[in-house]
Design a protein around this ligand. Structure first.
Ligand SMILES: NC(=O)c1ccc[n+]([C@@H]2O[C@H](COP(=O)([O-])OP(=O)(O)OC[C@H]3O[C@@H](n4cnc5c(N)ncnc54)[C@H](O)[C@@H]3O)[C@@H](O)[C@H]2O)c1
Length: 440
């Protein structure tokens, strides 16, 4: 909990925050093994012609959640899930109001709203399906006490590919994700033998793993069963070894911008592990200056680490056929790459470029691998601890959850992309930003 959050939870703090209408950051309910995924049953609704209610109900039950199909008195719902995929006219959008209006105030703290729809361009009414986006994002902004709202567009034929995504969204794994639109396409999906260790037998490479978000990614992928190859620069060798030991993985010390880095990475993965299943391009740097004051070295350094080296690694991996079938490439973008940011022309260029990498590569590898990215907002790390206080406080509060996220929140989203059952999740950029006001 940050200091403001502790204050807001204290007796006097509650009074002051309430009277002045200040941000009220509710402690987020994160995933914890053995704990139920949500506090309360799922209320499931759906309009005529919907394709997804059965699949959603089945997933919720297999997660151990109770599923209600009609509102019940006095119940605090863990989630409200509405299948809007059958909505084929603007008039029928009224069904959203009909379902949510009577129950939205009975959502438990840290509850979930999930709207299921059809990708607009494949829908009977493109207008009505596109309209779901404005609805869901507004609900996300209205919800209080750590609750979140998302829209999932499921392509016709992809009804069987939704489980990993719903398990992510209907649990504390998505604690800091809100106001997002996820797309799922058709894919052959086999359920893992064990949903708690879906990456058992898989090999994952995480760059920039010595600290911060990268260390959290290594931990979460290892928790999910992967053997993790932790990569960072030699100068971070001690911290890198500590992370690798903690997660039972191996350390690979190298600078990803070195000319021979892609070949060394591919050699290491091929010789030691016979290939790789999950590649997470997390290493990133900032060298902030407004454009008029930015020397070319600052520009070049950021482009080299955050974008150019990743493209070279991808090409070398694919050329050597080192990415195994049903492989995963995950990029780490930033909301700065979506909204832009003062002093970060170099950084935002690279982070928007990561989104371009997702767009182009996801199409190229479709059917044999997926390529997605997270776009974190304000995450509590050394990078953000160095930001001046006033800007840091603004960054923390300017989102629907009124707080910064934790590295584990980014890592959980990456683990969802990495999941073998997420084969239909391809070409997505999902923000882990608590529905930040920036670039929304
Ligand atoms: N912290 C945030 O709020 C935030 C927000 C948006 C995006 N991100 C992105 O998340 C990622 C991780 O951020 P973080 O906050 O954990 O940063 P961090 O600075 O704590 O960690 C980055 C790691 O990358 C490593 N690295 C840098 N250059 C490298 C190179 N050439 N070769 C190998 N490793 C290299 C560093 O040594 C470091 O261990 C970055 O891509 C960052 O841009 C962070």
């Amino acid at each position: 909990m940050d200091r403001y959050q502790s204050f807001a939870r204290s007796g006097i703090g509650r009074f002051v925050v309430g009277r002045l209408g200040l941000p009220d950051p509710h402690p987020l309910r994160r995933h914890s093994p053995g704990k139920p995924p949500l506090d309360g049953p799922v209320l499931l609704g759906g309009g005529d012609g919907g394709r997804l209610a059965d699949a959603a109900g089945g997933v919720a039950k297999s997660m151990g959640l109770d599923v209600l199909t009609a509102p019940a008195d006095g119940v605090r719902y863990g989630a409200l899930v509405f299948d809007a995929s059958g909505i084929d006219s603007v008039e029928r959008l009224r069904e959203l109001h009909g379902f949510f209006h009577p129950v939205i105030r009975s959502l438990a703290p840290c509850g979930r709203v999930v709207v299921l729809g059809t990708p607009p361009e494949q829908a009977e009414s493109q207008v009505a399906q596109r309209a779901l986006e404005g609805f869901t994002r507004s609900v996300g902004k209205e919800l209080k006490r750590g609750a979140t709202a998302q829209l999932v567009h499921v392509a016709p034929g992809a009804e069987g590919a939704v489980e990993s995504t719903l398990r992510f969204l209907l649990s504390g794994r998505s604690a800091y994700v809100s106001g997002q639109v996820v797309r799922i396409g058709p894919a052959d999906v086999a359920a893992p033998a064990d949903w708690d260790r879906p990456l058992a037998g898989k090999v994952a490479l995480v760059t920039g793993a010595a600290r911060g978000i990268g260390a959290a990614i290594a931990e979460v992928l290892a928790r999910d069963g992967a053997t993790v190859v932790c990569l960072d620069v030699p100068a971070q060798g001690d911290e890198l070894s500590a992370v690798a030991n903690r997660v039972g993985g191996t350390a690979l010390q190298l600078d990803i911008t070195a000319a021979d880095a892609p070949a060394r990475i591919v050699d290491h993965l091929s010789q030691r592990h016979g290939g790789v299943d999950v590649v997470v391009h997390n290493a990133g740097i900032t060298r902030d200056r407004t454009l008029g004051r930015m020397d070319a070295d600052r520009w070049d350094a950021v482009v080299a680490v955050n974008l150019a080296s990743q493209l070279r690694v991808n090409e070398t991996l694919l050329a050597a056929d080192a990415l195994r079938p049903n492989g995963r490439i995950v990029g780490v973008s930033s909301i700065a790459g979506i909204a832009g940011n003062v002093g970060q022309t170099n950084y935002a260029t690279t982070k928007a470029g990561v989104i371009g990498m997702v767009d182009s590569l996801s199409r190229r590898v479709e059917g044999r691998a997926t390529v997605n990215a997270v776009a974190p907002g304000f995450i509590e790390t050394r990078m953000t601890a160095a930001v001046p206080l006033v800007i840091r406080e603004a960054g923390r509060r300017m989102n629907s959850l009124s707080q910064g996220g934790l590295p584990v929140d980014v890592a959980e989203a990456i683990a969802w992309f990495a999941h073998p059952a997420s084969a239909g999740v391809n070409g997505n950029v999902v923000r882990v930003c608590g529905q930040s006001l920036l670039g929304a």
